[in-house]
Write a protein that binds this ligand. Structure first.
Ligand SMILES: C[S@@+](CC[C@H](N)C(=O)[O-])C[C@H]1O[C@@H](n2cnc3c(N)ncnc32)[C@H](O)[C@@H]1O
Length: 543
């Protein structure tokens, strides 16, 4: 989260996340940066077979959007007796920057509204919900589809409710929570049955989130400036890599996290510090990462700047002296790269510890500054409980935990298994996983720092074949190669934790073709007010 775009979406993942930008608050972490919904998507609710743009997969979207199959010119030639007469006229396309009146018909996977111009050109409308009539500006113009931002809602959908607070990370707050759940469940069903062809799979009811607001334990904010040069700290405006929406109370963060952000902001303003200009590549302040242990109350404040100087000890002293909950650690990352990311760079611990801890299902877990940890602690427990239920362990099994992050999911299963072998690409997370095993006196777990694509055979060499295999990949899913390796490893059961049903569906199909049956899937809502949905699936070997 499963994170990745201009930080418009704190839930996009770790979310969901989809450009050179590390996820503002999404389901996943650094290696996910740049990942996309490869299996570009279909609509729910009166879907007309339209596929949504998937950040970075424009070609896929181009070929398939608007329900128009890509036309093979050779095929056309044959069918037209050698005359290259186009069979289908593409609808006229408005220009980038053009304003249009659009009626939103349905929702795409990923959350954008879908509308059509009079000529039938598909437009994905950010923030639009079915029934809205909006005036929107075209921000992207592709052959088969475009994207638009809303300038004004002319006629609101009957379902639309007032925003609690303007927040680019909570685009679905305009829908009642029950309706959000219904749509998410519908999207999971659509992805599995229609995109994946899993017509017989049992889909259990969606698990609602226990908290609808203030559920995130990690937020990544961006600094910016307004036209007069006044400092801002918040999230990227929808669809913009330059405009920052200043936030005073982030309703996805706790009160403690908000107090920390506001204290950093006030201090930076007082010091007269400048924001990094993403166009000119000058200026100092880039991002602020606030992480909390939801169960331990520990707080980490990490300020990300370009390479330069400022009184960072003064900042740490200010936070330590003024915050009601003094930070467990204040960190400073200097980032030389141009693309917006909070991963990499040089990080110094300015005061306190480099780590914070949280607790999940009775385990105490250490989290590194850049290590992955589920961003909704309470719902992570529900997710792990569901994974444990689906794994149905008897106590003797060798369990592989692929994409294990800091080991939390596998470690919560350790007392019900013979042994746990975790595989994860981020070295820092693997160190956390080993530390977490020791912290909790778990002696039947081993961890391997490796790419899942190559690490599975290594893990088998290390420990033998798995009886049960758990996977929890980023949004891009497993892909054909990892699916093939998994089938070769031949575990009797596979539990697939997914932050993207549109990649779960084809992955499950590949595994089914390898001799498994997809038994059950259950969606879990870890990210209320956003379009993101998590699910857990179980596949059993039958051949
Ligand atoms: C959604 S997180 C799951 C983490 C863990 N299961 C948990 O619940 O905390 C996905 C993890 O996959 C890791 N990852 C991404 N690409 C990978 C790859 N190619 N091979 C192994 N791990 C990868 C990420 O670093 C991240 O920790």
């Amino acid at each position: 989260m499963p994170d990745e775009t201009p930080r418009t979406d704190p839930a996009a993942a770790d979310a969901p996340s989809e450009s050179p930008v590390a996820d503002a608050a999404g389901p996943s972490s650094s290696p996910e940066t740049g990942t996309v919904d490869e299996a570009a998507v279909a609509t729910v609710e009166g879907d007309a077979g339209v596929e949504a743009p998937a950040g970075g997969t424009d070609d896929v979207a181009d070929a398939t959007a608007a329900g128009a199959p890509a036309v093979d010119p050779r095929e056309e030639m044959r069918e037209n007796g050698g005359v290259t007469k186009p069979k289908r006229q593409r609808p006229p396309r408005p220009h980038r920057g053009e304003q249009l009146e659009l009626k939103v018909e349905s929702l795409a996977h990923g959350g954008n509204g879908i509308a059509r111009t009079e000529g039938g050109w598909v437009v994905f409308v950010r923030g639009g919900i079915p029934g809205d009539v909006v005036r929107g500006t075209i921000t992207k113009r592709k052959k088969d589809y475009g994207e638009a931002v809303i300038d004004e809602v002319l006629v609101p959908s009957e379902e639309r409710i007032p925003e609690v607070a303007h927040h680019p990370g909570a685009p679905w707050q305009v829908l009642p929570y029950e309706r959000q759940l219904e749509i998410k469940a519908g999207q999971v069903e659509d992805a599995l049955r229609r995109l994946g062809g899993h017509t017989d799979v049992e889909i259990e009811p969606i698990v609602p989130s226990e908290q609808q607001w203030r559920y995130r334990n990690k937020l990544e904010y961006s600094f910016g400036e307004d036209g007069e040069g006044a400092l801002k700290l918040g999230f990227h405006a929808a669809g913009s890599w330059q405009d920052i929406v200043h936030i005073e109370d982030c309703l996805l963060a706790s009160e403690v996290g908000n107090e920390a952000r506001n204290a950093v902001y006030a201090w930076c303003v007082e010091q007269g510090l400048s924001a990094y200009d993403r166009k000119l590549h000058q200026g100092l302040l880039r991002n602020l990462v606030v992480r909390e242990g939801a169960r331990t109350g520990e707080l980490q404040v990490r300020i990300v700047t370009s390479v330069g100087e400022f009184d960072v000890s003064g900042l740490a002293n200010h936070l330590n002296e003024t915050l009601a909950v003094p930070p467990t650690g204040v960190l400073w990352t200097q980032m030389s790269q141009v693309g917006e990311t909070t991963y990499g760079g040089d990080t110094d611990v300015v005061s306190g510890s480099a780590y914070i801890h949280d607790e999940v299902r009775g385990l105490r877990l250490r989290i590194s500054p850049e290590g992955f940890f589920q961003t909704n602690t309470v719902m992570a427990e529900r997710l792990y409980a569901l994974a444990a239920e689906y794994a149905g362990l008897e106590g003797w099994e060798r369990v592989f935990d692929l994409y294990c992050g800091s080991g939390s999911l596998g470690l919560t299963l350790a007392s019900h298994a013979g042994e746990i072998i975790g595989v994860e690409i981020v070295e820092e997370s693997i160190q956390d996983a080993a530390t977490n095993a020791a912290l909790n006196d778990i002696r039947n777990a081993k961890f391997l720092a490796s790419d899942a694509r190559t690490g599975l055979p290594d893990a088998i060499e290390l420990a033998g074949r798995p009886d049960v295999l758990i996977v929890d990949p980023p949004r891009a899913g497993l892909g054909p190669r990892v699916c093939r390796r998994i089938v070769e490893a031949a575990p009797k059961r596979i539990v697939y934790v997914s932050c993207n049903p549109t990649t779960l569906a084809p992955d499950a199909q590949r595994i089914v073709e390898g001799g498994y049956v997809l038994r059950k899937v259950r969606p879990v809502d870890m990210f209320p007010q956003t379009p993101h949905v998590e699910c857990v699936a179980v596949l059993d070997r039958v051949a």
